[in-house]
Design a protein around this ligand. Structure first.
Ligand SMILES: [Zn+2]
Length: 78
């Protein structure tokens, strides 16, 4: 076995992560009896912003309108 033989791709782009739709995979969290996504950890709440996050999928944070929608729904100004 060669040591440190892991191939690391040359183009790791931390700077700009492109938004792609990934469907949430909600599983029931028994103690709290609520649902959360096993990929991104989003808890399924009954509010408009969460609904938007559910619609946009796991990568909703990378969506171009994420900040605007968050500010819009949470009523925060920046
Ligand atoms: Zn998710």
């Amino acid at each position: 076995m060669a040591k440190g033989g892991y191939w690391v791709p040359a183009q790791i782009e931390d700077e700009e992560i492109k938004y792609t739709y990934e469907r949430h995979a909600f599983v029931l969290l028994k103690p709290a009896s609520c649902y959360y996504c096993k990929y991104c950890g989003l808890v399924r709440l009954k509010n408009k912003f969460t609904k938007w996050c559910i619609r946009m999928g796991c990568n909703n944070e990378y969506h171009p309108t994420y900040m605007r929608m968050r500010n819009h729904f949470t009523g925060r100004r920046k």
